[in-house]
Design a protein around this ligand. Structure first.
Ligand code: KG4
Ligand code: ZN
Length: 350
């Protein structure tokens, strides 16, 4: 039910291979979240094919918007704002969402904001789905957020929404990319991250581990070494370990470093809470490890429900609302960006 006086935001997300639309009231109350995944379409190729993705977005975007409005029981006349991801992502895919958002903005006479996809992932933490078990994070800052997806792995200090500092990041592969590549080596198919997660649940890594490079006086990490170590192990001793055990060992190696560096970032900065965000935050082991580490140190921690960690548009609507409040709408000349950093490093501590 839409309440009088609430600002309803329609969010659109088409940065990669999910076409999504969602409606959120006042940046936090989620009224609908429609995600049309293209997984089956790309599985055949073993990865996302940009041209195939953009074509599919054009077919699905208006259908998703109609369903998002209908599920929210909202008319377009009740909307206050349209928010759309304008980067980072695949340019052809972003263009579909941004063009659709501009068309809706003109046709429905609504302001428009372009949202950074990574900031949207952060804002998934503040979404209230109405479920008693899944309470949202409090808007308490400073906070430290691990943003780990298919293209990014960053530890970000949030002084306030819109005020970010990069504390650490991958020096090569993103965590999701590493999971996807190792899943492929293990014959687990596409999309690799969720398949590796499922396989790992049956595994017992024991002493098997894949050391991860860390850097002195830095919260950076690197995942290309352990990925190569898995490939070498499979070549040298293909039958020594089960797929489940290798998956569990790799997942543990990656997640433990992400958690250790995120918690260190929180301790160094006196953060009031730790947040997790991005598709990789749907990982079962990572969620448990982050909760356990933070609870041990008495740092409040929040992890969005798995469906809000992976790409969706409710998070875009949430981020769009806060950005609109901070700096007003964008113009119809809103551009798209394949690279769009969320946060800069203040000082390289090395
Ligand atoms: O945020 P996201 O949905 O899209 C991007 O912005 O990239 O993240 C997708 C990434 C993929 O690499 C996918 O394999 C990974 O997140 N992922 C997972 C899990 N679910 C998605 N990785 C590990 N465990 C999962 N359960
Ligand atoms: Zn994403």
């Amino acid at each position: 039910m839409v309440s009088r006086g609430e600002h309803l935001v329609l969010g659109l997300e088409t940065s990669c291979d999910e076409t999504a639309a969602g409606v959120v009231a006042d940046g936090t109350r989620m009224l609908s979240n429609i995600v049309a995944t293209q997984e089956d379409l790309h599985a055949h190729f073993g990865g996302v094919v940009p041209e195939v993705a953009s074509r599919r977005h054009t077919e699905l975007v208006t259908i998703c918007v109609e369903r998002a409005l209908s599920e929210a029981a909202a008319e377009f006349g009740e909307l206050a704002l349209i928010a759309v991801t304008h980067g980072p992502g695949l340019i052809g895919s972003l263009l579909v969402g941004v063009s659709a958002a501009k068309a809706y903005s003109l046709a429905w006479d609504l302001p428009l904001v372009g949202v950074n996809h990574l900031e949207a992932h952060v804002c998934a933490n503040f979404l209230d789905t109405g479920s008693a078990q899944e309470a949202p994070a409090a808007c308490e800052f400073p906070a430290v957020c691990l943003v780990a997806s298919g293209g990014h792995s960053e530890i970000v200090l949030i002084r306030d929404l819109g005020d970010y500092e990069l504390l650490g990041s991958t020096r090569d592969d993103a965590a999701g990319e590493a999971f996807d590549k190792v899943a492929r080596l293990l014959g687990l198919g596409f999309p690799g991250g969720p398949a590796l997660d499922r396989a790992a649940r049956e595994g017992h890594p024991g002493d098997l581990s894949f050391p991860i490079a860390r850097f002195p006086n830095s919260l950076d990490f690197s995942f290309s070494g352990p990925k190569t170590a898995v490939a070498r192990l499979l070549e040298a001793e293909p039958d020594k370990h089960s797929v489940a055990d290798v998956a569990a060992a790799f997942e543990r190696s990656v997640a433990d470093v992400l958690v250790a560096n995120t918690v260190a970032g929180a301790q160094n900065t006196g953060a009031r809470q730790v947040l997790l965000a991005g598709g990789v935050a749907a990982n079962t082991y990572l969620r448990q490890a982050a909760r356990a580490a933070c609870e041990e140190l008495g740092i409040p921690v929040h992890v969005p429900p798995p469906g809000l960690c992976t790409d969706n548009a409710a998070m875009v609507a949430a981020a769009g609302f806060f950005q609109w409040q901070r700096r007003g709408p964008d113009g119809l000349d809103l551009d798209t960006f394949s690279v769009l950093p969320l946060a800069e490093r203040h000082e390289s501590g090395e």
